[in-house]
Design a protein around this ligand. Structure first.
Ligand SMILES: [Zn+2]
Length: 477
C-alpha cells in the first residue's frame, strides 16, 4: 500500500509542476500565436523624481496693494517735544502715562506719556476722568478715541456684549441676552471693530516668525441662503464669487497674523500675502505652508522676489533677459489633499521654492512634518467664535463688511485675550491659591506674549479702553 501513496504524492507534485509551467509558457504562447504586427506602445511617462527648478518670470507680477501702499503705518514726527517732568506741587496720584493729547495744533499731540497731561477730576460727576494738557491748556476725556466715548451705557454692559460677540453668539442672540436693541449691539460691534483694527495695527508689526501657514475657509452670506437674491444670481454668485475667509497664522506662537475676506482669486491672494508681509519684519522671509491653491505661488513670488540675470549659454548673440526669481531664502511647500466623495484619499507634499532639506531644517526642531494642521485647527476655532461663518447656523452675515467686523474682533481677542493651552509655561514653584482651590501650576500665555508683542494677558475691557496713539511710540531704553 505504501507505493500507492507514494505515486499519489508524485502525481500531485507533477500536476503542480505542469500548472506552473503552463502559467509561465501561456503568455508567450499567446503572444506568438496571432501574427499581429508589433504595435508601437506609447512610451510610459516617467514621473520625475526631481521637480524641474523654477525658471522665473519675465515680468514682475502686479500687486494692487503694493501700488497703492495706503496701509503704510504713519511715521512719528522727527523731533519729539521735550518731556515734561513736574517739579512743583504735590505728587500726582493719577497715572496718565498711557494717554496723549489729541489736539491737532498741540506740539505734544500723539506722544504717549510725555508728562504733559494732568488728571482733572470727573466732570459733572460722570464715570470718566478729564485730562488737561499743560502745553495747549485744553481738556479731553480719557475715553476719547475709544468705543466708550459719548456712550451713556455702563462699561460693564458694553464689555459683556462685545465679549459675547467674541465668543460666537450672534448679534440678535446677544441683544436678547442683555435686553438691548439689536441695532445698538451692531453699532457697538462696528465701533469696536474699527478700534480693534487700529489696536492690531499698532501692536502687530515687525513680527519675526519662522513659519507661516495659510488657509482659506468658505463663508456663506445669508443673502444667498435666504433666497433674497434670485436663484440664478445665487448660483452664479456661489460658483463665481463665493466669499472666503483667508487666514494666516504662525504655528509656533499661534499668532493670527492676518484675516481677510474675499474671493478665491489671484488678486485676493496678492492682497492677502501683501497684508501678511505688512505684519512681518521687512527682512523676515519665513517658511510658507499652504494648501494646493496655485495662486499663492505668484502672490508669494511678487512679495519675495528679485531680478536675477541668468548666465549666458552661448558666447555670441544677445544676453538672456533678466528673470523675476524667488529670494534665495524663501521656502514654500504645499500640502495637496485629494478628496473623493467627501473622504480624504491622498495627501501629497510639494516643495515649490527652496529644497526639502532646507524646509526640514526649519520643521525638525519642532518634530513636525510639512503640514497645514495648525491653521486648519484655527479655522475650526474661527467657526466656533465667529457667528457669521459657523456651520449650519442662522446667524450668517448679510454683507462682507459685517463679516470683516466680526473677524477683526476675533483676531484681537485670540491674539491678546485668550491664553493658549499649548503655550503655557510651568511655574517653578506652584503658587497657592486662596481658599481650598488647588495650587496654580501654570503661567497662562497668549499668542501675542509668545510673539513678544506684549507682556501680559489683556482683558477685553483693557483692550477696548486702550487709546491707540496715531503713530508708533519710541521704545523706552
Ligand atoms: Zn496738548
Amino acid at each position: 500500500m505504501v507505493p500507492d501513496l507514494f505515486f499519489y504524492q508524485l502525481g500531485l507534485v507533477a500536476l503542480v509542476w505542469v500548472c506552473l509551467m503552463l502559467q509561465w509558457v501561456w503568455p508567450s504562447a499567446c503572444a506568438t500565436a496571432p501574427p499581429t504586427p508589433p504595435q508601437p506602445t506609447p512610451p510610459r511617462r516617467q514621473r520625475r523624481r526631481e521637480p524641474k527648478p523654477f525658471a522665473g518670470l519675465t515680468k514682475k507680477p502686479h500687486c494692487d496693494a503694493c501700488e497703492h501702499a495706503s496701509d503704510l503705518r504713519p511715521e512719528a514726527p522727527r523731533t519729539p517735544p521735550p518731556r515734561l517732568v513736574p517739579t512743583r506741587g504735590r505728587r500726582r496720584q493719577v497715572d496718565t502715562s498711557t494717554h496723549f493729547c489729541p489736539n491737532s495744533d498741540c506740539t505734544y499731540r500723539g506722544w504717549v506719556g510725555w508728562g504733559n497731561l494732568r488728571a482733572n477730576g470727573h466732570p459733572n460727576g460722570g464715570p470718566w476722568r478729564q485730562l488737561l494738557c499743560v502745553a495747549c491748556r485744553r481738556y479731553c476725556l480719557e475715553t476719547l478715541g475709544t468705543l466708550f466715548h459719548g456712550k451713556r451705557e455702563s462699561v460693564e454692559l458694553i464689555v459683556r456684549v462685545i465679549a459675547c460677540l467674541a465668543e460666537g453668539l450672534g448679534i440678535r442672540g446677544t441683544a436678547r441676552v442683555f435686553e438691548v436693541d439689536a441695532n445698538t449691539v451692531l453699532q457697538w460691534l462696528v465701533d469696536a471693530a474699527a478700534q480693534l483694527r487700529a489696536f492690531s495695527q499698532h501692536f502687530l508689526h515687525d513680527v519675526r516668525v519662522r513659519q507661516v501657514q495659510l488657509d482659506e475657509l468658505f463663508a456663506l452670506l445669508s443673502a444667498v441662503k435666504n433666497g433674497e437674491v434670485s436663484e440664478a444670481e445665487a448660483i452664479a454668485r456661489l460658483e463665481r464669487s463665493p466669499q472666503w475667509v483667508w487666514v494666516a497664522m504662525d504655528p509656533e506662537s499661534k499668532l493670527l497674523l492676518a484675516i481677510d475676506v474675499g474671493e478665491r482669486t489671484l488678486a485676493m491672494a496678492q492682497c492677502f500675502v501683501h497684508h501678511v508681509t505688512q505684519v512681518l519684519a521687512p527682512d523676515c522671509a519665513p517658511l510658507f505652508l499652504t494648501d494646493g491653491f496655485r495662486e499663492y505661488l505668484t502672490a508669494l513670488l511678487t512679495h519675495y522676489g528679485q531680478w536675477v540675470q541668468p548666465p549666458r549659454r552661448q558666447v555670441h548673440g544677445p544676453a538672456p533677459k533678466p528673470r523675476w526669481m524667488p529670494l534665495p531664502q524663501l521656502l514654500y511647500a504645499q500640502v495637496v489633499k485629494t478628496v473623493r466623495r467627501r473622504r480624504l484619499v491622498r495627501v501629497r507634499h510639494r516643495v515649490v521654492f527652496g529644497t526639502l532639506e532646507a524646509i526640514y531644517a526649519v520643521l525638525t526642531p519642532y518634530g513636525w512634518h510639512i503640514n497645514t494642521a495648525f491653521v486648519e485647527r484655527i479655522t475650526l476655532s474661527i467657526r466656533q467664535h465667529v457667528a457669521a461663518v459657523g456651520r449650519r447656523v442662522s446667524t450668517l452675515c448679510k454683507s462682507e463688511d459685517g463679516l470683516r467686523q466680526q473677524l477683526a474682533l476675533y483676531q484681537t481677542y485670540h491674539n491678546f485675550c485668550l491664553p493658549h493651552t499649548s503655550l503655557r509655561i510651568p511655574l517653578g514653584l506652584p503658587e497657592p491659591t486662596n481658599g481650598t482651590g488647588s495650587a496654580k501650576r501654570w503661567q497662562p500665555q497668549t499668542p501675542a506674549m509668545v510673539a513678544g508683542l506684549t507682556d501680559h494677558v489683556w482683558s477685553l475691557r483693557e483692550m477696548l479702553l486702550f487709546r491707540v496713539p496715531p503713530w508708533p511710540q519710541p521704545v523706552e531704553v
